[in-house]
Design a protein around this ligand. Structure first.
Ligand code: NAD
Length: 445
């Protein structure tokens, strides 16, 4: 059994990369790395992030052999894991994903609704290409993918590369569980035993228990979120800063929860349950993409330039992406057969007994050195089943649109989305998205 691993981070130029590197360093005791590579298809962007990380690594972990490249062979040769977080089209295209649907009076969001479909159609060829590189140059490696939109990417993996060693994972449920831990006064979300089901960015917790005592924590959570959503006391009191768009998302949970008080919802459900409200409260000129470009993206690059100019990262302001340690949990589970229980996006195959067995669902799995073994969820209620059936068909139709090069399928997907009111609005959005994405999507007829 290997005890030290070689990792390539795909999307080396990502704003998340420096924080992820810091997180990997913090976790060296449980997931030792011998070689770390960055891979990106945008040399200049990656260079800034990589040169800063090179300094950081030299100071904090000189034993790790570090390099960065835009050459797939160099990147994917001799690796055990590919941690993939790419954004095909960068933030400039995310801005289009958000603003085009909004212009037509519909939800404009990174992963949900029409914007998510547009992003999905850019991500599919990019992720599939990386899977092929990995299989060509390191056939035994695993890809841990958290590139968005994870639901559509996961469906594309199921259809196009069903036997590949790819695990699709999302940090949103982890983020919400962490908030709930803070709300209830727990130190760590791992002190909970949970049951969750749904699609990616489209799911519900049906159980929340104290892992030690077995106490049912659902009543306490419900009591809090019916008034405050997921805004934890630290944000309510002003002690901790959260971007306005996130604050709005966390408070809207009150209304999402009201629709089904039996379960605890994922925040993203607001886009499907309250699309009119979301559009009304969206700034059509300045969306989340603008917020990130002016905020996190600018800050990360400024900090990397500062590290490079000073030749040291000893006083860096880059923070450990602590919440991203789920990626290490996943890698460790595969590497050391830990049988950790994790939420992953996997083929249903009967885990949700009254739902399409071919759907990619987000459910708890046991992860070992052979991959993910989904737990049985059993039957889900009519309301969730109905919503999920509609949404899973949207995701399947988007992948069909890509595979068949079919505009018709994409029009059907857009029309079926709960975020779009009619086939005519869907058609107008379709035409605008086709034009904006012509350099990225497969040709569609
Ligand atoms: P970013 O734009 O800062 O970085 C993405 C990088 O990917 C860029 O450097 C870009 O050049 C590169 N890239 C694009 N296409 C590529 C390709 N075909 N091959 C190689 N590299 C390519 O984006 P970001 O904000 O850091 O987000 C990166 C991704 O991570 C997004 O998909 C985002 O949604 C996702 N994300 C996922 C989670 C999760 O848990 N699922 C959490 C946070 C972010």
């Amino acid at each position: 059994m290997k005890t030290e691993f070689s990792v390539v981070i795909a999307g080396g130029g990502s704003t998340f990369t420096p924080g992820i590197v810091m997180m990997l360093l913090e976790n060296q005791d449980r997931f030792p790395i011998r070689k770390l590579k960055f891979y990106d298809n945008f040399a200049q962007r990656q260079e800034t992030i990589a040169e800063a990380c090179k300094i950081l690594l030299k100071e904090r972990a000189p034993h790790i052999e570090f390099s960065y490249t835009t050459d797939p062979e160099e990147a994917f040769t001799d690796i055990d894991f590919c941690m993939a977080h790419i954004r095909a089209g960068l933030y400039a295209m995310r801005e289009q994903d958000e603003k085009i649907p909004l212009r037509h009076g519909c939800v404009g969001q990174e992963t949900c609704g029409a914007g998510g479909m547009a992003y999905g159609l850019r991500s599919i060829p990019a992720v599939i290409e990386m899977i092929d590189y990995m299989e060509k140059y390191s056939p035994n490696a695993w890809m841990l993918n958290y590139s968005n939109p994870a639901a559509i990417v996961a469906e594309a993996c199921r259809v196009m590369r069903p036997n590949s060693k790819v695990l699709n994972i999302c940090d949103m449920p982890i983020g919400i569980e962490t908030r709930i831990a803070e709300i209830l006064g727990y130190e760590d979300r791992k002190q909970f035993d949970i049951m969750y089901y749904g699609l990616n960015h489209f799911g519900w917790w049906k159980e929340f228990k104290d892992a030690k005592t077995g106490e049912d924590l659902m009543p306490r959570i419900k009591e809090y979120i019916k008034d405050n959503g997921y805004l934890p006391p630290s944000v309510l009191s002003g002690a901790q800063h959260t971007d306005e768009s996130w604050k709005e998302t966390f408070i809207k949970v009150r209304d999402v929860y009201a629709l089904d008080p039996e379960t605890i919802p994922n925040t993203y459900l607001k886009y499907y349950m309250y699309p009119d409200y979301v559009v009304e409260h969206s700034n059509k000129e300045f969306t989340r993409a603008n917020e990130v470009m002016e905020g996190r993206e600018a800050e990360v690059f400024t900090e990397c330039h500062r590290i490079i100019a000073n030749g040291t990262a000893s006083d860096t302001t880059i923070e450990v992406e602590e919440h991203a340690s789920y990626i290490v949990d996943l890698a460790t589970a595969i590497a050391f057969n830990t049988k950790e229980r994790m939420l992953l996006i996997v083929p249903n195959n009967g885990a949700i007994s009254n739902f399409d067995p071919t759907a990619m669902v987000e459910i708890p799995c046991i992860v070992d050195n052979t991959g993910a073994k989904p737990l049985q969820i059993g039957e889900i209620p009519e309301f969730q089943k109905g919503m999920m059936s509609q949404q899973v068909s949207v995701e399947k139709l988007v992948v069909k649109a890509h595979v068949e090069g079919s505009k018709q399928r994409l029009w059907q997907a857009l029309t079926l989305s709960a975020t779009i009111p009619s086939a005519s609005v869907a058609k107008d959005i379709l035409e605008d998205l086709l034009e904006a994405n012509k350099d990225f999507w497969v040709e569609m007829k």
